[in-house]
Write a protein that binds this ligand. Structure first.
Ligand code: COA
Length: 137
């Protein structure tokens, strides 16, 4: 049995995992977001070790999540799913109308599982293709 816990975490705790998982080739500072200190951040702990992160930002009742990342050794074992379900519950409690993200195209199928659908908005940034995906709550 694995011990899995999800906690709200301080913004700076997200940076190392974001960097390692998402942009190891870029400088550490590139994963720090201008509005990180206005965001709400969650971490998933596996056996008391911080193993994955996600960050939420809102404008009114519209919420965006950014920088969902699970350490590579721990991917595909359900931790990303648990974090997604956690932020979906959180958004519902906040009475959010919508949750959206800039999804890496290679992660699209992951988001379909949670009822996100693609919009027509796409772009290319830092070597990755993105599509805006959203879900009405
Ligand atoms: C994408 C990511 C957050 C998913 O978290 P995870 O813990 O690996 O995923 P889970 O184990 O909870 O779920 C995996 C499920 O999603 C599916 N899936 C689809 N695309 C996937 C992808 N790119 N990566 C992982 N799983 C993917 C798997 O097939 C699996 O389906 P199943 O449950 O029906 O077997 C994680 O792999 C990650 O950090 N990847 C690198 C960074 C990244 O791409 N972040 C998202 C940017 S938009």
């Amino acid at each position: 049995m694995m011990l899995i816990q999800i906690e709200q975490i301080f913004p700076s705790l997200t940076w190392k995992i974001r960097h390692e998982v998402m942009y190891p080739e870029l400088p550490m500072d590139s994963v720090k977001l201008a509005d990180d200190f206005e965001g709400i951040h969650f971490g998933v702990y596996l056996e008391h070790k911080l193993t994955g992160v996600v960050s939420l930002f809102n404008e009114g009742d519209v919420y965006q999540f950014r920088k969902l990342a699970i350490l590579s050794d721990a991917q595909k074992s359900g931790l990303g799913t648990q974090l997604m379900n956690h932020i979906l519950d959180f958004c519902k409690i906040q009475k959010a109308s919508k949750l959206w993200c800039n999804a890496r195209v290679n992660a699209k199928e992951f988001y379909y599982k949670f009822g996100f659908h693609e919009t027509e908005k796409t772009f290319f940034k830092d070597g990755y293709d993105f599509v805006v995906m959203e879900k009405e709550l």
